[in-house]
Design a protein around this ligand. Structure first.
Ligand code: MG
Length: 397
């Protein structure tokens, strides 16, 4: 990780932050504010929350801003009349920014498939990539794998595994234990699962996150996607990655080695900790936030359980897709993005999410799985899966 690792006596590390108004984005800026000499925000990108974006522009003075819609560029300009930098829009705007020399480190806080293309651009131009975008690996793991030494994960589980594997040989890994809180329905009966509402699914017991990922935690698809992410990110066979339910969310994941030793990483369930780890890596930065420390003397007992794959079929579907190949994981991911958005719009019930995913995956298998699709092919599979879910939602009602 030679590139971009600034030390405190030289110029600040120039940061491009994708998804600045989201959960990862706002917490990344909170960390950056603790180290004004070390990090400089060169570019911010956001979707539709122009109120917050305008505040961030005034606080962090980036030189380049990208928003979702070209039709809102004038509106943003009128909110930040003193801003003299560049404003562009859309996925072309994101790609251009990430391929440019505007920064040497990129933080990917985007949710969904839209993270893949800009991440590839940043990797190909030699940038250090700190990423919380699991879809990059789920849809295009084989495309990013040649650049693994430029990547530091932000996802809390993958940050934990990354820390446990540091200075270890991959050959010595017996099992990766990917921990899962189990979500809000861990103790629900099958009958209760039939009556889950949007509000129930958005009520996560331990973590505060965006809506899409919170619903994914409730179906446990989030964990399924993270298994695939870990497989690519650490170049470890899929079947060596096991989900371990740990309701207290304090052990963030672990690795068992061939000699029987198990290393784990622990901490409070607070994303600012893995974000700060990634920003500082290979150095550990010294900062503390309200609630970001774990008190071992007062913590509750830690428990571990086997996940219930019957109640949470998304886990099985993720492993199945992962064994099939990258077009299948891209399809599964896109189908999930669409199904979750239909659920959030209250168009389908909670149990329909895994049913729709299974149906989509079966159809894709019939039409033919491709092991290593190109980026263009991934985009085509992605669009197909979204359409398929939209067209088949009613037949499950
Ligand atoms: Mg996670």
């Amino acid at each position: 990780m030679g590139r971009g690792s600034a030390n405190t006596t030289t110029a600040a590390e120039k940061i491009i932050l994708l998804g600045s108004t989201g959960s990862i984005g706002t917490q990344t800026l909170e960390v950056i504010q603790q180290f004004p000499d070390r990090f400089q925000v060169e570019a911010l990108t956001a979707g539709d929350n122009l109120d917050l974006l305008a505040q961030q522009i005034q606080t962090f003075h980036p030189k380049w801003v990208v928003i979702r819609s070209p039709h809102r560029i004038e509106e943003l300009k009128s909110r930040v009349p003193d801003f003299k930098g560049t404003i562009t829009a859309g996925s072309t705007g994101l790609d251009e920014l990430c391929a440019s020399n505007a920064g040497n480190t990129i933080v990917v806080g985007l949710v969904g498939m839209i993270g893949l293309s800009p991440t590839l651009k940043a990797l190909k131009t030699g940038k250090k990539v700190l990423t919380a975008n699991k879809e990059t690996f789920v849809a295009g793991g084989h495309l990013v794998q040649p650049y693994l030494d430029q990547i530091v994960p932000i996802d809390s589980e993958h940050s934990a595994i990354f820390q446990c594997l540091k200075n270890e040989s991959k050959k010595a890994v017996r099992t990766i234990y990917l921990t899962a809180s189990g979500g809000p329905f861990r103790n629900h009966t099958p009958e209760q699962m039939n009556h889950v509402t949007r509000a129930d699914a958005l009520n996560h017991p331990n973590w505060v996150m965006g809506e899409k990922i919170t619903v994914d935690c409730a179906t446990m698809m989030n964990k399924g996607l993270e298994v695939i992410e870990a497989h690519w990110l650490f170049n470890i066979p899929l079947d060596k990655v096991q989900i371990l339910v740990h309701p207290q969310s304090m052990v963030h994941s672990g690795v068992e080695f061939v000699d029987g030793s198990i290393l784990t990483q622990m901490g409070a369930p607070d994303m600012r900790v893995p974000i700060q780890f990634a920003l500082g890596y290979p150095e550990r930065l010294d900062a503390e936030y309200e609630g970001s420390r774990l008190n071992l003397f007062t913590m509750p007992a830690l428990t571990f359980e086997t996940p219930n794959e019957e109640k949470f079929p998304c886990i099985r579907l993720a492993y199945e897709a992962g064994r099939l190949g990258s077009s299948a994981t891209a399809v599964l991911n896109a189908a999930d993005e669409m199904a979750v958005s239909l659920f959030l719009d209250e168009k389908i019930g909670f149990n329909q999410i895994p049913m729709l995913l299974e149906r989509t995956l079966e159809q894709h298998q019939e039409e033919g799985v491709v092991l290593s699709p190109t980026l263009e092919e991934i985009m085509t599979y992605d669009a197909w899966a979204r359409r398929f879910v939209r067209d088949h939602q009613l037949s499950h009602a």
